[in-house]
Design a binder for this molecule. Structure first.
Ligand code: MOS
Length: 739
């Protein structure tokens, strides 16, 4: 595909109008007759047993239908396997309302169902629970000091050369620990499920989820319903950031109640209860870097200790990234876990990469300072053309160009290296930079394409669109390939009954589902060409599919506009009312190359030394991520992710009161996220990157790459502005004013 009509063009969201007018319905907005409402009671202790639940008062409230708990609930599956969703980590998944055991503070222990939400909520306040508490542990740092740490996970361990010796002999050294707090996703839309009782044991659940099929399989399996009796829909999702990859507990609670009551039931979580779901795990990075005087890395050691729950071992790859970015003969990487009495952490905004690159890129900045080398220059000195863990080249890597274009746009060459050396008015100015890297993943996915006799097209796949513009990009692919106007393409997503597709996450949806749509449209093209060639005296006779293009509603021979047939004519003459094709695209994994997206992030901060106030006044993010299907929505992804990076650097932290083992900052007043006043100029550059190897459309995927490296660039800018190296996120005023 060379000249394109839709691919690569900035295109507004096709569902934008529905969203801004309120016509787009979210999981908690589907009103059905006789809908009952559930309210969750959360555990008040972190660990122990439930001795007794007093429900009489709640049940006496007029309008209360039932009060469910482990002591009073429909039958649930008993094997761990039935609770393992598609992306469950190793361990024994949490089972809502299963038994009397309390595993974390905020665990759902009772569901009150009533005619009205307010009645359910009031009655829930009357439920009294007697606990038998046990001593809990929730302090990562304390457990780490006590040595209550798991053995290194072999799947995240790597060693090459002799890093200890090389470090010993290095002329320049940096050794430091970096800490990251627990963070919660806090999408705008709280978790909700409207479980519609269809009769005959069938349930349709409108659920807030990033993966309707994952949620369908999970809830059907644990409630021992055949999977074909359950349908889960999530056509619109008000943000997820990873919190909706695994099914959340409102779904099984709503479905169980609907089954028990033979009535439709909605369960919506409060903002406070959003802090009882998975979260970004708190962790400590131990970094030790050694280099020669000229900045050449000789030793790179990166070890992490991260928190997980007592019942599941969750962690992503925190430490591998330096081996993709920087050439270094001696390296040691490892990850260990501390088990705490908390819910299991989960994926959040570039899980693994966002954490790893924060520490790696701050340590590289410290090394640049120690070696007296410009931070950008240090990255170029150590640039790696090889994935040193798999020992293979990259399918494409335009990171050098990201550095160049980003630095130019930002004006990096005007930076004076000395901390506190740049000023504007009363404020100190700091400039920092960092590299970003994220996996260019593709998973197996299927899609269906249908063209009807009037030339309209429908595309369908089960995956969700959680906000990145998936509807639009999928429509662009279909419109391009079938030569129809964009507005003639309807896209259906977020429905477990549609062709199989993975959860939306990992920045892999466009490559995965996009490739499936490419395949399905290709099959439709072939069928249309076949019909066109059967027409008497067809000008396309003898043409192969590669000899023709589909444009302006016509099948046109590449060798001349006179050799063309309107698609509708081909269909009419073939008596085809509709042509329907389904395709499955699998990742092309030849194992010969590694596939990553890259970025260079430059940040400017201004610091008021009297007040300690930091503002991120400018960010330039230069991204290389293969073909960009839609620079408008992809650009919005990067801007949003940079905002996430600003939150990570300056604001976001879930504080725990270890006496109670409880997250205390469980509302948006105490849990800070960036607001409009925190956000200034954010410039996104998409660096051209051609990658013919990864998939037919050359798509790597964007989104998460925008957050990776951003917090480090800001932290480095803060050091440059203030001369103060704060290694514990978030970098708040108190840490900057403290000596
Ligand atoms: Mo993303 S953290 O895979 O939704």
């Amino acid at each position: 595909m060379t000249a394109t009509t839709y691919l690569g063009k900035p295109t507004s969201r096709i569902e934008g109008r529905e969203k801004v007018t309120g016509a787009a319905k979210y999981a908690g907005e589907y009103n059905v007759p006789a809908l009952a409402h559930g309210f969750v009671v959360s555990s008040a202790i972190a660990k122990g047993r439930i001795k007794r639940i007093h429900t009489a008062e709640a049940l006496a409230v007029s309008g209360v239908l039932d009060v469910f708990s482990h002591a009073h609930r429909p039958k649930l599956a008993s094997s761990d396997e039935k609770y393992k969703d598609d992306i469950a980590p190793d361990g024994s998944p949490f089972r809502p309302l299963y038994d009397d055991r309390v595993r974390f503070s905020g665990q759902p222990v009772v569901l009150v169902v009533a005619e009205e939400l307010e009645i359910a909520r009031f009655a829930a306040s009357l439920v009294r629970i007697e606990y038998e508490p046990e001593a809990h542990v929730t302090d990562l740092e304390a457990q780490r000091k006590r040595g209550a740490i798991s053995a290194p996970d072999p799947s995240h361990a790597h060693k090459r050369g002799d890093p200890a010796r090389a470090f010993e002999q290095a002329a320049v050294k940096v050794q430091a620990e970096y800490r990251m707090p627990v963070e919660h996703h806090n999408p705008m839309e709280p978790y909700a499920t409207t479980a519609v009782w269809e009769g005959g044991g069938r349930i349709t659940a409108y659920d807030k989820t990033q993966g309707p099929q994952n949620s369908r399989n999970y809830v059907a399996d644990l409630s021992e319903l055949p999977r074909d009796k359950v349908r889960v829909l999530s056509p619109y999702v008000g943000g997820g950031f990873g919190s909706g990859l695994r099914p959340q507990y409102q779904l099984p609670l709503a479905v169980l109640a609907a089954r028990a009551l033979k009535r439709s039931v909605r369960v919506t979580l409060t903002r406070q209860q959003m802090f009882t779901l998975g979260y970004r795990a708190g962790l400590v990075h131990e970094l030790a870097l050694g280099a020669n005087r000229d900045g050449t890395l000789v030793s790179f050691r990166h070890n992490t200790v991260a928190m997980t729950s007592q019942f599941e071992d969750f962690q992503r790859s925190f430490v591998t990234w330096s081996s993709m970015l920087y050439r270094c003969a001696n390296s040691e990487l490892g990850q260990r876990l501390v088990k705490l009495d908390q819910n299991t952490p989960c994926d959040m905004r570039a899980p693994g990469g966002a954490e790893g690159l924060y520490a790696i890129e701050c340590a590289m900045d410290e090394l640049a300072c120690a070696a007296n080398i410009d931070p950008l220059e240090l990255r170029l000195i150590n640039y790696s053309d090889k994935d040193q863990i798999e020992n293979r080249p990259f399918s494409s890597k335009e990171l050098r160009e990201c550095y160049r274009q980003g630095a130019e746009k930002f004006g990096w060459s005007k930076r004076t290296p000395e901390p506190r050396s740049m000023r504007e008015g009363n404020e100190l100015v700091g400039w920092g930079m960092a590299s970003g890297i994220w996996e260019a993943m593709q998973l197996k996915a299927s899609a269906r394409a249908v063209i009807t006799a009037n030339g309209s097209v429908e595309i369908a796949s089960a995956t969700a669109d959680i906000g990145p513009g998936t509807y639009t990009m999928m429509a662009q692919i279909a419109a391009e390939m079938l030569g129809v106007p964009l507005q003639d393409v309807t896209v259906r997503l977020g429905d477990s009954s549609l062709p199989d597709a993975p959860v939306e996450g990992g920045s892999f949806t466009t490559s995965s589902v996009g490739s499936a749509i490419h395949g399905a449209c290709r099959a439709v093209q072939k069928e249309l060409l076949r019909l066109a060639q059967r027409m008497p005296g067809s000008p396309l006779a003898g043409a192969s599919i590669d000899d023709v293009v589909f444009a302006e509603g016509k099948i046109r021979h590449k060798q001349g506009a006179s050799r063309e047939i309107p698609v509708v004519d081909a269909m009419r003459s073939g008596r085809a009312d509709r042509i329907e094709q389904e395709a499955t695209a699998e990742p092309n994994e030849d194992g010969k190359t590694s596939r990553y997206t890259h970025s260079a992030v430059f940040a400017e901060v201004k610091f008021d030394a009297q007040l300690g106030v930091i503002r991120v006044t400018r960010v330039v993010s230069a991204v290389a991520a293969g073909r960009i299907l839609n620079p408008k929505v992809a650009g919005s992804q990067i801007v949003g992710a940079v905002v996430g990076g600003i939150g990570m650097a300056l604001h976001e932290e879930t504080a725990t009161d270890h006496r109670f083992g409880r997250f205390m900052t469980h509302n948006l007043a105490d849990y800070h996220v960036p607001v409009n006043a925190d956000i200034h100029a954010i410039d996104v550059i998409f660096v051209e990157e051609k990658d013919d190897e990864i998939n037919p459309l050359g798509i790597k995927g964007v989104g998460e790459i925008g957050i990776v490296g951003t917090a480090a660039a800001i932290a480095n800018a803060i050091y440059h502005a203030t001369g103060k190296r704060v290694r514990d996120l978030p970098i708040t005023i108190d840490k900057l004013l403290r000596d």
